[in-house]
Structures are given as structure tokens and as C-alpha cells.
Design a protein around this ligand. Structure first.
Ligand code: ZN
Length: 500
């Protein structure tokens, strides 16, 4: 851990030395040199990620959310249809509308897909559709709410007052930035609290996805706030250092530094942040542990630990992830997955997670993020001065290097990210589909995989339209996943038959 910290400091220091030297010597930086430095910093980042993780490539906290199966309402296991090949044929007659009998082979992929899908009752389907479609609107309301908070901070002069207070308390610029950042975290948390309360607490209870009472929930919000008060000043001191040192090219450096910071957070999150909210302990010895270790070994993953954690403390959601760095790696299953799913489904989910790991999705995502962030900072460069030219005087914001302008930067970046939502979703969904197929090939549990996909479809819309899926889904839909699994099954009937 210590070694890692030193590497980190060195990297950051070197980065800033290059950057400050650069701006001091030339005053302005030509595009080719900027591009070269950007390339070098990306390279340094990749080397850094490689070195810090050693042989253990991580899928990071990103995989916390993109688990093969995320949320299973309590009734998930009460659906008592026997999984297996027989049911496909049974339902063929009933689901004639969308069943396309196959010319060859004894196994009807469409019928088997339908058989799984029809296990969700109309009530269950309506409920998960409502929950998921509500999420589309929450995207919009969350975005507008954020813009409203930014407008409030700027329009009422609150942001400027926070800056002035910081300036009165200290003469040192970085400290002023840090003090502003701490105030910003607290004020935005307070202003955003009504929405957080609705989305994070009441709505989750309304759909019976949450297990926490208000007290423990609020306590975790406070822990998150404390983490923000520690991390945000560090991030902003670095970012505003960049803005001040590179007045013309800050957007390039801002993007480069952001991606490094994001990488650090992604790497450290599972080790330092996750344990603040849950307890991680070694998995009980037994067939589940043995089976997962075997899967890992078979797929070239060097693992000597499997952990479980008490996610049931917060919710009924099923989840798992592969994470680790600096030569340590662990596979972490949440207790909902262990308690609710049968072994074939657990294997299918774990094999999906291993897919993220083996296919180096973390690196891929970082590269995508770097490109997206560069676009975002270019947009900030273009838009910030324009908006400030119009309203800056009224707001009392002096310029890009003035920390009081942070709400505007955040609002502009949120506009960019909001517009890019379908692109981001598609990038992630593509990786998820890759991991799905990897997982099928690795675990060879098509029915387990379909079970898992069906379970999480009790809260995620099972069968969206194609445009809807493209816009809003960061995972393949349940229907797509089940179909994929049944197709795989159709091509492996002999093998599966011999195994049984
Ligand atoms: Zn995934």
C-alpha cells in the first residue's frame, strides 16, 4: 500500500513539473507539444495502472454497478419453474406469436427465451418496468436539479460568499481552494438532499429494493459526505492548480489530470472506500468457494481469496465484483447473490465478472473516459467564457481560475455528460455484452445465466424497444441476455447432455 502511495505522489509530482516547466518556458504551448504531453501522460497513466496492479488486473468499482445481476426483489427465488431444456418445448404452443421454430436442431432458442421471459408475472413486469422507466425521468430531473443548484449558488451570490470567506481565512491560494471545496461539498449535499432522499431512500423502499431504516441510511450519507469533504478539496486544489498554471491549455491538462484522478479513485475505492460501508470477509469454505476458485484458475486469474460482503445491510440487490491492485486481488460476492441464487447462476455471474477482468475492460474504459473527458473539457473551454461574458459580472465570478466559478464548470460539464448519456451507455453496454459471452463460455451455465438475467429483470425492464435500449440501457436487456444464453445452449446441447 505504501509503495503504491509513493508511486502515486511521484507520478503526480512529475506530471506537474512537466506541466509547470512547460508553461513557464514558453508561455503558450503549441498544439503538437500539447498533444505529445497528453500522449505521454496517457502512457504514464497506463504504465502506472499496470505497475500498481501488477499481475492482478482489476475491474474496479465500475464493476460494482455492472454486475451480471444487480437487484433481485425478495420474491426472486419464489418463481418455481424448473430451469432446463424441457420447458422450452412446453411453452412453444402458448407463445406462438413470437416463437419462430427452428428448421434444424432439437432446441428452439426463441421458445426457450420466451419460456424464461414468461416466468415474470404481468404484475412483476409492470412493477419493474415502472421502476426502470421512472429512472429515465430521474435522469432528466437529476440533471435539471443539478442545474438549479448551480444557478442558486451563482445567482444568489452564495458561491462568491463562500470564496470570500475562504480568502479572508487564508492568503494561500491552494488553501483557499480547499476551503471553498469543503463548503461546496456541504452546501451541495444540503441543497441536493431532497432529491437524494427521494431517489436513495423513499423510492428504493417503495419498490422494496432497500432493507435499511432511515437512521442507518442517513449515517451512510454522512460517511459519504465526510469522504467528499476529504477528497473534493484534494481534487480541486489539483484542478485549480492546473487552471492557474496553464491559462490557455488548461482544458487539455484538466482532462489529463482528471483521468489520472479518476483512475486513482477507481483503483483505491474498492480498497479504502467500500469497507466504510460494508464488511468484507473470506467466503465460507465449501462448494461455492471451490467452484469460483476453479473458474478463476481456469481463466488465468491469480486468486487466493474470495470474499463475501454484507450488501443485504443496504438492499436486496444481487451483485459481485472482481477488484484489486498492487498485487492483491479479490473476488467479492455479495451475500444476496449467495443467499438467493443457485450455484449455476452464481457461477454464471462470477464468470461474467471474470470476463471484465480478463478482457481488460478497466483499461478500455479509462481510454474511453480520457477521450470523453477531453471532449468535455474542450466544451468547457468553449462555453465557460461565453457564459461568463454574459452573466459573470452579475455573479461576481472573475474568470476560469476563480474557484467561485466551480458551480458553472460543474453545470456545463453536466450538460455535456447528459447529452452523451446514450454514448456512455452504449460503451458500457458493449463491454457488458462482451463479458456476457465470455461468461457463458467460461462457466458453461446458460440456464444459470438466464436465471440471473431474469432475476435482475424484476427491477430492470425486461423487454425494451431497440431505441429505448440504446438510449437508456447500460447493460443488455434481460431479453437480449436470455436469448444469448439460449443461443449458446442450442449450440452446446451435446456437451450439456453429456455433462448432465
Ligand atoms: Zn458486467
Amino acid at each position: 500500500m505504501k509503495l503504491f502511495g509513493n508511486c502515486l505522489n511521484q507520478l503526480l509530482q512529475q506530471g506537474f513539473e512537466v506541466m509547470s516547466k512547460n508553461t513557464r518556458q514558453t508561455g503558450k504551448v503549441g498544439i503538437p507539444r500539447t498533444a505529445l504531453y497528453l500522449f505521454l501522460s496517457s502512457l504514464a497513466l497506463l504504465l502506472f495502472v499496470n505497475a500498481s496492479m501488477g499481475s492482478a488486473r482489476a475491474t474496479s468499482s465500475v464493476s460494482m454497478q455492472e454486475t451480471g445481476a444487480e437487484a433481485v426483489p425478495a420474491s426472486a427465488e419464489s418463481v418455481d419453474v424448473e430451469p432446463g431444456g424441457a420447458q422450452g418445448e412446453e411453452v412453444t404452443a402458448i407463445e406462438s406469436e413470437s416463437v419462430r421454430p427452428q428448421a434444424e436442431g432439437p432446441f428452439d432458442v426463441e421458445a426457450a427465451t420466451q419460456a424464461y421471459m414468461s416466468r415474470l408475472s404481468p404484475e412483476q413486469k409492470a412493477r419493474s418496468d415502472a421502476y426502470f422507466e421512472g429512472g429515465y425521468w430521474l435522469l432528466l430531473w437529476g440533471f435539471l436539479y443539478g442545474i438549479g443548484v448551480a444557478w442558486l449558488l451563482l445567482g444568489t451570490g452564495l458561491s462568491v460568499r463562500m470564496r470570500d470567506l475562504a480568502e479572508r481565512l487564508t492568503k494561500r491560494l491552494p488553501l483557499q481552494t480547499a476551503l471553498y471545496a469543503a463548503q461546496y461539498v456541504i452546501v451541495t449535499a444540503l441543497l441536493g438532499f431532497p432529491l437524494t432522499l427521494y431517489t436513495g431512500f423513499f423510492r428504493e423502499h417503495q419498490y422494496e429494493l432497500a432493507t435499511q431504516t432511515f437512521g442507518p441510511w442517513l449515517r451512510e450519507q454522512m460517511i459519504g459526505l465526510a469522504v467528499g469533504i476529504v477528497i473534493m478539496p484534494i481534487v480541486l486544489v489539483i484542478m485549480y492548480g492546473v487552471l492557474r498554471r496553464a491559462p490557455r491549455t488548461w482544458w487539455v491538462w484538466g482532462a489529463a489530470v482528471s483521468i489520472v484522478l479518476a483512475a486513482i479513485l477507481i483503483l483505491l475505492g474498492p480498497v479504502y472506500l467500500d469497507p466504510l460501508f460494508n464488511t468484507y470477509e473470506p467466503l465460507e469454505e465449501g462448494p461455492v468457494q471451490e467452484s469460483i476458485l476453479s473458474l478463476a484458475r481456469a481463466n488465468g486469474i491469480n486468486v487466493d481469496n474470495v470474499y463475501q460482503f454484507d450488501a443485504s445491510r443496504q438492499s436486496t440487490r444481487v451483485s459481485a465484483n472482481v477488484s484489486g491492485f498492487a498485487g492483491t486481488m479479490s473476488i467479492r460476492l455479495n451475500d444476496n447473490l449467495l443467499n438467493r441464487m443457485e450455484l449455476p447462476a452464481i457461477e454464471a455471474v462470477m464468470a461474467h465478472e471474470m470476463g471484465h477482468y480478463v478482457l481488460n475492460h478497466i483499461y478500455e474504459m479509462l481510454i474511453y473516459f480520457a477521450v470523453i473527458l477531453l471532449g468535455g473539457f474542450a466544451f468547457l473551454r468553449w462555453s465557460f467564457d461565453r457564459v461568463l461574458g454574459r452573466w459573470g459580472a452579475r455573479w461576481g465570478v472573475r474568470g476560469i481560475t476563480d474557484v467561485a466559478g466551480l458551480p458553472l464548470l460543474v453545470a456545463l460539464l453536466s450538460i455535456y455528460m447528459f447529452v452523451l448519456t446514450p454514448v456512455l451507455n452504449t460503451i458500457i453496454r458493449t463491454n457488458e455484452a462482451e463479458s456476457d459471452i465470455f461468461g457463458l463460455n467460461a462457466a458453461r451455465q446458460p440456464d444459470g445465466f438466464a436465471e440471473a438475467a431474469l432475476s435482475l429483470s424484476e427491477y430492470r425492464k425486461l423487454d425494451p424497444g431497440p431505441i429505448e435500449e440504446w438510449l437508456f440501457f447500460d447493460h443488455p436487456s434481460g431479453r437480449a441476455r436470455i436469448h444469448m444464453a439460449m443461443q449458446w445452449k442450442a449450440e452446446h446441447l451435446e456437451e450439456l447432455g453429456a455433462r448432465d
